[in-house]
Design a protein around this ligand. Sequence first.
Ligand code: SAH
Length: 399
Amino acid sequence: MNRVILKSKRERSVLKHHPWIFSGAIASEPSGGVDPGETVEVVDSGGRALGYGAYSPQSQIRVRMLSFGSAAAPDDTAIEGRVAAAIGRRADYFADAYTNAIRLVNAESDALPGVVADYYSGWVVAQFTSAGAERRKSVIAAALMKFAPFCRGVAERADIDSRAKEGLATEPSFAVLAGEEPPELIEIAEGDVHFLVDVRKGHKTGFYLDQRDARRTVGALANGAEVLNCFAYTGGFGLHARAAGAAHITQVDISEDALALARRNADLAHLCGTAVDYVVADVFTYLRTCRDANRRFDLIVLDPPRFAAGKGQLMKAARGYKDVNLLAMKLLRPNGLLATFSCSGAMTPDLFDRVLAEAAEDAGRDFQVVTRTRQASDHPVALAFPDGLYLKGAILRAL
Ligand code: SAH
């Protein structure tokens, strides 16, 4: 088997079971003759075995570990077992009637580097974001088909930046890997709130499952409130607020398609009475328009897209987060709530707190933290892989 030899003193993170080996930590690697995603043996500078990983010739993350220490390299049966185990760990979600949309496999944190699989009411949509994941795709798709409850089909979304970085094809953007072709839109439930998910053209695999808990938490605070839901996508937070008895909702997103689906999602609920406005706009511009018109809200949600793709963009991203939070903070009525999120992995929870504190200072208002949120627990973070935590949020009350 091909070998990757680490530089002296660079084995520490692997010994702690962190799964990534960057090209800069490698003293010697196979020169050609290794297929993308093939399993390689990883040893330290003294030749001691550290485990086995999947080789990504084009990526800065050159090896993603699949097993550590003296454990054998996982074969197809072991990979199938990891898929089954990951699904098994979600048994409580399947037993609970609250939702039928669940992340089944959360990549490195479920011991399947580069593999994401989301379940939407009987259909699975996966992403294979590394060469190692791509190489094991057919085994993983078959395992998802076999072990996901009541599974009718497994499909793949390939239109992701991380695939391009690994030298993997991003076209066709959607393909069926096993079972039947999913319908154009799949209806899912989160409690009483229903959504149509476009698994072909929607963001990520179609829906932001990671914000499930936050949507529930925010909804519970929305009774009677005038709500501004910024970066609304297909209506998520706004529809939960409406189900909880909000007085008025404004859904703002730059994507006309996303808001078109938000309207259809509102119709699914058969609720009447609560007025919903839809605004196709850039949130930064819209918040300034509200400021100039002296508009005020009881609850503002800020769930922007990722501002920083990596550490290099962190300072620019921090300014973006500060600006948008500052603008929103000024629009709150006394005792109003700001539910604010960051899904940039490079923005740590501590740094996000500092950004919020600076925004509050510039807004000239005091806030209390009512609660904090994280990505939902079907998006677990391996203790040895803190990089897996990317989504954090805070609910702040303006004093
Ligand atoms: N809160 C949503 C997910 C939001 S994802 C949910 O619970 O489902 C981020 C959204 O921000 C996307 O829908 C994207 O279209 C939108 N977006 C990105 N940049 C924007 C901008 N500058 N102004 C308004 N919307 C933007």
